[in-house]
Every structure is written in C-alpha cells, then in structure tokens.
Design a protein around this ligand. Sequence first.
Ligand SMILES: [Zn+2]
Ligand SMILES: [Zn+2]
Length: 135
Amino acid sequence: MDVRQCKRCKKLFGYTGNVICPECVRAMDEKFKQVRDFLYDHPGAQMETVCEETGAEMADIHRWLREGRLIQNPNSAPLLTCKVCGTPIYTGQMCEKCTNQVTSQLKSTAASLKPPSEPLPFKREGKMHVNIRNK
Ligand SMILES: [Zn+2]
Ligand SMILES: [Zn+2]
C-alpha cells in the first residue's frame, strides 16, 4: 500500500488519492459544515469572525471559496481575487467578466477544432488520383 504523510496532521496513512488522511477528511467536512452553518446564521459575517467562531483556518476557507463550496456574502469584504484580472471576487477562480471571456474563448476554440478526421492513409506519392476537368 502506498503510504503518505497527511498534509494536515502529519500522520502516515494509506494513500487514497487525497493529500490528507481519512480522519482529517472527516474533520474537514465537519469544519466545513460548521462554517457553512455559521455563514447561514450570520450572512454578513467577516471571514475573520467565521474563523474565530468556528475554529476553521483562513486557508481552509480560502480553499472552499476557490472550490466554489462556499460563497461569500456580498456584504462582506471579498477574500479572493480573480486569477486573471485581480478583481475581488466572492467565490471561484475568476470574476464574472473573465469567466465569460474564457467560456466564449473555449467555445470558439472548440468550434475551430474540427472533429478528428480519419487517420491519413500512407501517402502514395505520384499515384494520387486527381480528376482534372479539361476545359
Ligand atoms: Zn490527517
Ligand atoms: Zn477577472
């Protein structure tokens, strides 16, 4: 079994695809629920307060926001910034404007990408049959 050191508690655990051990995963889930419930009850709470009240770490809250699991209340000061233009944002990776830009870029890229054509047969040099219409 692949044994890793948990990023959180530094304990060794059997690697399951997570960088933290199952115990910490459970603890993080609990913490996340606490934070989510706290925000539900105190919609305008600053994240500093949330950390103090729930015992969650700011880094965890940042990650949850980035992952889109948490959304900051628009009345609080945004913690995150858009990865592209630096605009303060409340959740996710990018501001709305950049998200839209990337989405439309992806769309146009996808449109310009032709579906993979059949693999080219070996070139038969000089034997290409070309129909040339004589005028
Ligand atoms: Zn752990
Ligand atoms: Zn942006």
